[in-house]
Every structure is written in C-alpha cells, then in structure tokens.
Design a protein around this ligand. Sequence first.
Ligand code: ZN
Ligand code: ZN
Ligand code: FE
Length: 750
Amino acid sequence: MERRAITVTGIVQGVGFRPFVFGLATRLRLAGFARNDGGHVIIEVEGGGEALDQFTSALNRDAPGLARIDAISSQSLPVAGTCGFRIEKSAAAHAKDVFISPDVATCADCLRELFDPADRRYRYPFINCTNCGPRLTIVTGAPYDRERTTMASFTMCDACRAEYENPADRRFHAQPIACRRCGPQLRLLNEDGQLLGADDSLRDFASAIVQGQIGALKGLGGFHLVCDATNENAVRRLRARKHREEKPFAVMFRDVAAARAHCALSESEEQLLRSPVAPIVLLHKTSDISNSIAPGNQHLGAMLPYTPLHHLLIEAAEQRPLIMTSGNRSDEPIARDNGEALEQLRGIADVFLLHDRPINVRCDDSVTRIVAGRELPIRRSRGYAPQPVQLPFASPAPILAVGGQLKGTFAFARRQHTFLSHHLGDLDHHQAFVAFERDIALYRELFQIEPACVAHDLHPDYASTRFAESTGLPLIAAQHHHAHMTSCMAENGLTEPTIGVTFDGLGHGTDGTVWGGEFLIGDYAGFTRAAHLRCVGMPGGDQATREPWRMAVAHLRDADAECRSFNSRVPAHDIRLVRQMLERSFNTPMTSSAGRLFDAVASLAGVRDRVSYEGQAAMELEWLATGVDDAGAYPFALEADGTVDTRPMIKAVVSDIDRDVDNRIIARRFHSTVVEIIASVCGRIRQDTGIKSAVLSGGVFMNALLTTEVLTRLAADGFRVYRHRLVPPNDAGLSLGQAAIAAARLCLVA
Ligand code: ZN
Ligand code: ZN
Ligand code: FE
C-alpha cells in the first residue's frame, strides 16, 4: 500500500476533469479524494503501487478532450487507510494559476440527447454538460462556480441537482446545467418588442426566417442577425437595413456536407469547422447561394451550429443555410443584453428570439482560415479566449497589455502564461471602450492578477493608451511594429534576435512618422529599424485609408509618373486638390505603409478607388493575382540606408496599365515584387548581421498569396521563417507582443 499526493496543473476545471479522475480511481479501486485548488486539481490516492502507476499515467493519457494538462507532480505521503474515493468541495480561490475554459460547441452526447424523444432534455435549447456549453460568456467572477455565472438566478430542479452532485455523471459540477423545468426559456418578440404569445417560439421564429424575414437571435456571446441565406431578397434587405454595403456575411450550414455543396473543403478546413471551437472558416466558394452574401468575393465564411439553439433552429428552418452576422448597426459592438438588442436592432430585425440567460462577456465568432496548410487566425475570440499563449520565458511580474485601437484585445501575463482576451472591436466606439474597461476588470478578478505595470502602444491618441495612463501603474510603451514582430516571435517560442518583416496599415513610429512597411531586427527587449519602404504622403490622413485613389495620386507624384487611364477615370479636380495637399504637406502625414502601397496599386490597376471596409482594395488585388502564373517582378531599388525605393515599380506599373496589360498580370507582378523586396532586404540584413530567422507579421500577412510565397522564397534562401498560427497577424495580436516586450524589459531591470 502507498499513498500519493498528485497535483495537476493546466485547464482542468470546468472540463469534466474531476468526474474523469473519480471514474479512473474507482475503476482501479483506489481510495482518496480530488478537489479543485486554485487553478490546480489536487488528488490524493491510496492503493497498490502498480494501480497507482496506472492511475498516474492514465491521468495524462486519457484526460477529457477539453482538458489541457501542463504539469503533473507527485509526492508520497504516509498511508492513511482511507476508504472509497470522493470529490471534495473546492478550496476558496487563493488562485495563483486559475484557468477559465473558453466556450465549447455542443458535444456529441448532448446532441444525441437533444434529438432523443425519450430524453428529459429532448429539444431543450440550453442542454450542456461538462464537455460543452457556455463558459467565458457566462462567467461573472472567480472561482468558476454556479454562483459566479449568469446561471446564478436559476435554481436547479431535483433531477438536475442529482446529476450535478453525482461524480459519475457527465454533468457533475457542470455549472450551466439546466433543463426545461429549471433553466432558461425562449421568448419571441415582434419588431416593436411586444411578446408574441406562442407555444413554440423557436418554430415560429424559424418559419419567419423561412418566409424571408430577418430575425435577431440571442446567441452565445451576443446577438446575431439571421436570415435565409438562399433568399437573395432577404439577404439584400439585411444589407440595406444594416448599412453594410459589401462586407461579407457568414453562413451557418447544418453540417459539413451542406457546406461542401457551396464550398471547397480540405481535410484541415473540415477539422477546423468541426472542432469544439466551431469558428467561422474562410472557404473557397464553389457556388453562389446568393450573390449578396459576399459580393465579388472568392471566399465564404462558413460555420457549423455550435449551440443547441442553433441545431434546433436550422432543423426547424428546413435545414437551410442561414446568414449569421453580428447583431449590430454597421461597426458598433454586437448587442449583448435583451434591452440593448431591442434598441439597437429595431428597424433591422422583424422578429426577436430572446432568452433569459444573460451574456456577461460579449464574445464575437472567431474567424480563421487555412493558409499554406496551417491555421492563420483572423479574429481570435469565442472558443479561443481566454486560453493562454505561452511566452518563451517567464515574466518576473504580472503585466497588463492593452493592445491597439482597432481590433482591440488585451492580455494579462503571469509568468509564462499570457491570457489573451476576446475581440473587443474598434475602441473608437464608446460602447466597445466601456466593454474593454469592464472586461479588463473581470479578467483581473478571474485570473487573480494584480498587474505591476501596463504595456501599451506608442500612439498617444489610442483609447487603449489613454486607458493605460489612467491606471496610475508604471507604463511600458511598445512600438507598434515591434509588438507585431514580438507577438509572432512569442507564439513561435523564439528567443534569439530575429528579422521582423512587419507589413501593415499604419502604426506610430519612433520618429513621429507613420510606419507600416518595416524590417526590424531585434528581440523582445529592443529593436532597430533596419529597412523600410520609401515614405510618401498620405493625403487626408484617415481619409486616404478609405479612398485608395488618394494613395495612387501620392505614389504617382512621388514617382513623377502620369497614368492615362487613372487620369481619365478620376476627376481632374480631385487629383489636383490632392496634389496640392501633397505639395503643401497639408493634412498629409508621411508613411512607409505597405497596406497603403497595396491600396495605391489596387487603385492604379482599376480594382477599386474607394473601400467600404478595411483592407478591401488589397484583398481584391490579392484575389485578382491568385491563380495567375508568375509573370516576373517590377524593378525597385534598395538604398544603402535601408530605404526601399518603390518609384521604379510605380513607373513600371503605370507603363503596364497604359499598355493595357491585363490587370490580373499587374496584380501578380506586384505581389511578386513585394516577395522580391522582402527576399532582398532579408538577404542584405543576413549579410550584415548574420541573423537567419525571420517572422512575418502585420495585417498585410493576412494575404494568403503573399504569405505563402514569402514563406517559400525565404525558406529557399536558407532562412528559418515563422508566421502566425495562434494569434492574428493584424492588430488583434498586439497585446501579446506588448506583454512579451514588457516582460523582457522587466527581466532586464530585475
Ligand atoms: Zn455536452
Ligand atoms: Zn432542471
Ligand atoms: Fe498594425
């Protein structure tokens, strides 16, 4: 006989870990107990040595799918002669290592029960268990317990309580446990917010959708606007009412087979779709369900039902694919509570399907895609957050990193773990900023982290920077592109000095100009700007981002070139005005932005002069070039001081345009030129410094064609090249990079 104390660390709470331990111990006839203790599970087991060894190795090997074990430590104790195995009440959280699970899509067991007429939760839209259901979205405090979720106001019925208290049950301590008798209920309201006295709200809502109406559906992390994706009129009406001109809508398909009817699906894309995260996956469109879903777009954002309510809804809506787009007006944050939805979505939705389980944390659908065989996240939110990303070294003190301005996220770092928040949207919006402040406070409580300092962007006017200043804590400023670079280094576990190829829209540079086409070298603690794209004016500042033709004028003037077809398309008066702004440097910041260079070329090539959403012109230029054979690159010059002179390229682009070269060829040559620029600059840096590894970061690397080609090219040139797989290359990844930078600076001081 022996007795051992075993501590298991990782994501082991709210994921069915203790019932698993109970089952395992009982099967091996071991006595003892298990309990949650802060972020660990503490187990004491007593029995024969062989059974104990089996127990320990099975802990890791057979752990439930959602658990993520970071460490198991074991130590022997004197035998106590305990009988039986029991689960003890959690110790109060003095939590040093608390983890909170992300929300999880409905599991196969729950799905089976949902459609089993003999089950007591047959067709109950809020069925869940320890392996699935809401988590982050319903948490209101720590430790994770029923009283500190939005389920607190629902009193369990006897049947639910029996399951909740039975260590052998799949619902043992499933905090959101509920059934039709004791749990949340649906309600159907009309467009004026009046209750429709229906027996079956879900069926009535579904038939409204089938008849072509627009519905507002309270989902897991916020409201969705829903309509029949096969009904062109309904989709068009939704666009008009939501004031969303062209930005694509996501579609929820009943299953993989239904998605396959409209999209091409690789094995890894199918895996992503089916995963417990259930993100929106960008797939290649093979048919047009409805033209207005993603106008002019080669891709379709597809997802599968991830809550019981979705499964029931699609079934009731005759299995039709449904548009599921965030329930908001244009770019505001998505509506979270019932009152907010009725107010914000009035005039958009014809019917509202609500329920009475409050959403505490607003969590948008995550968006991802497969690029060069691996996941490239675009928005990391529901299903991913707040899972930590590991730093390659431990932070000497806890850190809060507040991210950027657009695609806001924040991060808390404690030792090696960086807890990355859900997506908070554009912090210009008051509502988004309110949620940002509130959710920072919530995470701080959930993870029991008292930050010793706050890391922020160099930009003085970002709302996140002003928030950092308001905390009164010591501040660490991180340059925008350095944070992009280090976010990619951190998720890839790099510690040696690296080349950071960081191409994005705009970020505040250390010299007061706007950066965005940067080659940095350095590590977490610091960097130097080794090379960058040539600076041009950005006439009208932000307006130049919305109107790519302005960047075309700036680059034409810079290269001293005239483009006949551009001049014949864009009104001469507009061109003259913008040229004057450039000449007088009026409201015209200087920028080395790669994103704006893409815009300029997209406009010159006649792809798009104005965008209705961020990155649209560059994306369309990418689609144009995709699948076109390599047609060589345009010329450019690399100057001794590290400036990449883009003027020869602009001249060559213009000459192609005025010779009526197919714009697919122009788009292709432009992409090849960017690949050449990156290869030659990296080559020179390696010559000068001996650094042989490079990371690709910044929003421009959401471009699949560019990312794939740069990876291939740099690898062929003998570089070790790294890209994003865990966090988006865009500004959503900044908080991770800032946390890593702050941690490294604290190490220097310590
Ligand atoms: Zn389940
Ligand atoms: Zn119940
Ligand atoms: Fe950026």
